[in-house]
Every structure is written in C-alpha cells, then in structure tokens.
Design a binder for this molecule. Structure first.
Ligand code: FES
Ligand SMILES: [Fe+2]
Length: 346
C-alpha cells in the first residue's frame, strides 16, 4: 500500500495529539529562515565545512522487497557506492558493486539470465557472489580476477538489507524480525520514502536529543527525566514516557535500522541508508492495529509532516558536524549515544 501525496490541509490536520505543539504561539521553523537557495546565494569562497564522519558499518536497507522484480536489475546508490540488486533463479536477492570488471560497464543496464546478472556490454555473467560464471563468446578459462565485490544480504520484514563494512568484514550481528509484520491483527505496511541532506549519525543523535523537541518540534517540556537510553552491543533503546501517560520505545538495530513502537497506535520499521556522508534515504514501514487504520495516513503525517520530520530538515541541512560538542548535563544522552555509536566506525 502506498501513501497518497499529502495535501497541506491533511498535514495541518495530522495527528496533532502525538506531535502537536503544546507551546501556545509556537510555529515550526520555516525553511526560508535557514540559509539561502543556490539560486539566490552569492558565490562566496568560504572555508570548507568539517567533513561529517564516514559511512558507519551496519545493516542498511538497499530497497523494499517489492522493488526487485525477478529478471530485472535494480540500480541503487548507497554507502558512497553504485550498487545493483537482483534476484537469482531461486528468487534470493543479491547486492553487487555496479561496475563490470571486464571493462567497466554498469550492470544496471543488464538483465538476469539463468539466475546470474548479465552485463549489457559484452554479456559476461556474474552470480550472486559476484563470481563470473560465463564469458559467452570465449572458450578460454574465465580469469580468476573476473569477480565483483558482493555484500551479505537478508530479505526480511519487507526490506532487502545488505551489510556494509568499510574493510569488508562479515556481519557480527543480525537485525531482529518484527512480530507485527504479517500478523493478522495488524495492517499491511504504509510506506514512506524520502531523501534528505543529513549525516546519518546526526539523524540518529536526534532521537536522544531531548532539548531540540521544544525548539524544533514545539513541545513545551524537555522529557529528560522520563527518557532512558540504554545499549546492548550494536543495539540501543530509547524509552520515552510522557506526562500524559503515552510512551514510545525506539530500538536501534545498529546505525541503519530501527523499530519504533507507540503502544496502541503504530509500530514503525524505519530504515535510514546513507547515500554518502551528507545524504540519507529513508524507507519507513508503518504498521497499524486494524482498529487504527482509519487514521493511518494522519498518523504517518504526524511523524513525517510539519511538526515531525519536516521540522528537522533545515537543521540537518544547514548544520556542521561538531566532533566535540559542548554538552551540558541535560544533554547527557548525546554523550552516551556517541559512545555507543563509536563502535560502528573503524
Ligand atoms: S564490460 Fe561487462 S562484459 Fe564487457
Ligand atoms: Fe527531531
């Protein structure tokens, strides 16, 4: 099921009880208040901004499971690389670097033949491990070097996940599955897709940055005492208990996949995939108890609309990465988050 494009009226009428400002007179930050557009900005020669951290090691969504049609080759840019995704003869998905080792053609223009991806330039074929299995116009032995880097892949809960490690090390953990997916009491997924200017780490940090909820999202309190950040190896959990009795639990399964549960309202599987150091792609699947489906679109808009995700966008777009931010006691979770996150870098 795909979301209809939100109208402004729908955004305004979104589920305000979840994310609406309790601050009288609050209006969300306007995009126009930050920076300038490329069209209007004079071309000053400024010193370069500090480089955001490199792409962390982790499981990331390369696409939704439904995006990869058997027989076709899907091109995706992620983790600063050009990649292709295809399904072999058994329907099992594979992820390879996009360029053919023979002479550099992009495999995205090819097709799947006998379960192997066939290069569009001279027809060499590569299996799911990236090994060349056929040079159709030559009887000579296939050169051992005719091999494409491949990535570990898991298809689960409606996503195709791939493992990225800067040095090619194998995955030390698996992403847990989500019981609501495919459960008869729960809806099909409502899908939200978006690309934005942000460093992956800064998006994750946002979830433990309680002070910004007041200034960016219009809350009238900072729920520091009622929010808890705990870690368990590559996993972390944020539990937020609001004074009105509502509570959220957000599990991060490494840097790229998270599960948000708002009891009785929604369960959201969120994947955030770094395209490069400064851009991320979001692919979120919202699930609803059957009784909540009538307001499903409004809930999605509550999370992703004016007072939710949209409010964060200009901050992420215009900020610089600060390696050692000046943190006060109430920012404590940010320090804990960074200590946890350090394990994903070499
Ligand atoms: S470049 Fe791919 S087969 Fe020649
Ligand atoms: Fe935020």
């Amino acid at each position: 099921m795909t979301l209809e494009k939100p109208t402004q009226a729908a955004l305004d009428e979104g589920l305000r009880t979840m994310v609406a400002p309790r601050n009288p007179g609050y209006t969300p930050p306007s995009d126009a208040a930050h920076g300038q557009t490329a069209a209007t900005a004079p071309q000053y020669q400024l010193r370069a901004h500090p480089e955001p951290p490199p792409v962390p090691n982790g499981w990331y969504a390369i696409c939704a499971a439904t995006d990869v049609v058997p027989g076709q080759v899907l091109s995706v840019i992620a983790v600063e690389r050009e990649l292709v995704v295809f399904r072999d003869g058994d329907g099992v998905p594979h992820v390879l670097d996009a360029h053919c080792p023979h002479n550099g053609a992009h495999l995205g223009g090819g097709e799947v033949v006998d379960g192997a991806v066939q290069c569009p330039y001279h027809g060499w074929r590569f299996d799911g491990s990236g090994t060349c299995v056929e040079v159709p116009y030559s009887d000579a032995r296939i050169p051992a070097k005719a091999c494409i880097p491949s990535y570990p892949v898991r298809e689960q809960d409606g996503f195709i996940l791939f493992w990225f490690h800067a040095n090619g090390a194998p995955p030390p953990y698996e992403v847990p599955t989500t019981e609501e997916v495919g459960h008869p009491d729960w809806s099909d997924p409502y899908e939200f897709r978006f690309e934005l200017v942000a460093a992956l780490q800064e998006m994750g940090e946002n979830n433990v940055d309680y002070a910004h909820l007041c200034y960016v999202h219009g809350r009238d309190f900072v729920p520091n005492e009622t929010s808890e950040f705990t870690t368990d190896g590559p996993f972390s959990t944020v539990v937020e208990s609001l004074p009105d009795g509502a509570s959220f639990k957000r599990h991060a399964w490494g840097p790229g996949v998270a599960l948000l549960r708002v009891p009785g309202v929604t369960t959201v599987l969120t994947t955030t995939t770094p395209i490069d150091r400064r851009h991320c792609r979001l692919l979120w699947h919202f699930y609803f108890p059957k009784a909540m489906e009538g307001i499903a679109n409004d809930i999605v808009l509550g999370f992703t609309g004016t007072y939710g995700l949209q409010a964060d966008l200009p901050i992420w777009r215009d900020k610089v990465y600060v390696e050692r931010p000046i943190l006060v006691k109430a920012d404590g979770n940010i320090a804990d988050f960074r200590r946890w996150y350090a394990q994903f870098y070499e």
